[in-house]
Ligand binder design. Structure first.
Ligand SMILES: [Zn+2]
Length: 258
């Protein structure tokens, strides 16, 4: 088992949903892989958080009825199975349910057609947050400190097999302060570093086989805001402790064609 495969089934492992053979493979990989051990610890921390009654809410009967009316029949018996009060943690709402709630609340669900597999997206978001935190804790925020995109972009040449798009948004309040090489999900990636007032935004970039463009998908966890989108054959992951609104504005700037 490699790290990618381990990432893909770590949630099922934590929830004891894997068969014996897969469980043994995960255990063997975890024994030898510090990075995946860290991922496991992060997942367990989320599980502990979900056990906290403060992150749960009771679904009113009126809302539950509306949800059930838009779900496939196999899901419409959730209430019967779970007793008279239907209590779910915010963070573990199944995707279909979350989408149904969002539609009914009149929200625009950001991603249309480009949504990556959500559990895989969550695993990547955890990786992205871990790299962001590491970059701030260690003395390794910048390999190439520069506010000049024409210095930062060529710096990656020869260090990566791709040339990431590099732009400065200082005029809009997001100043490019440099870049570095980083490592996400078993691959080398470009990390661009932006400053928003006193906050740091890490923007991780790597190439994709698909050349599609997707709207930003949000993964907010552990006090960080994470946005993911795809554009022109690249995956972008922005992470920061800036407000969700600020990070969305930043993503909007990046997504505009240069
Ligand atoms: Zn691993």
């Amino acid at each position: 088992m490699n790290c990618q495969e381990c990432h893909d089934c770590i949630d099922a492992y934590v929830d004891n949903e894997l068969d014996v053979a897969a469980t043994i493979l995960v255990k063997q990989h975890l024994r030898d892989c510090v990075r995946c051990q860290q991922l496991l610890e992060a997942r367990k921390a989320v599980g502990a958080l979900l056990a906290n009654p403060q992150v749960r809410f009771e679904v009113p009967d009126s809302l539950l009825g509306k949800i059930q009316s838009v779900l496939p029949a196999s899901r419409s018996d959730v209430k019967q199975r779970s007793g008279s009060r239907f209590v779910i943690p915010w963070f573990s709402i199944p995707l279909a349910l979350a989408a149904a709630i969002a539609v009914m609340l009149g929200l625009v669900f950001l991603n249309q057609g480009g949504m990556i597999n959500h559990s895989r997206g969550n695993a990547l978001a955890q990786d992205v947050i871990a790299s962001h935190v590491r970059s701030l804790l260690a003395t390794h925020l910048l390999d190439v400190p520069s506010t000049d995109q024409h210095t930062v972009k060529p710096w990656f040449d020869g260090k990566l097999k791709f040339s990431p798009p590099v732009r400065d948004f200082a005029d809009q309040g997001f100043r490019l302060i440099g870049g570095r090489l980083d490592y996400i999900n078993g691959r080398e990636v470009a990390a661009l570093v932006y400053q928003r007032r006193l906050h740091i935004i890490n923007l991780f970039i790597w190439p994709l086989e698909s050349g599609r463009t997707t709207a930003a998908e949000s993964f907010a966890t552990n006090g960080y805001n994470v946005l993911h989108w795809e554009r022109d054959g690249f995956a972008f992951w922005a992470v920061s402790d800036v407000s969700a609104g600020d990070l969305t504005a930043f993503a909007g700037l990046e997504m505009q064609q240069s």
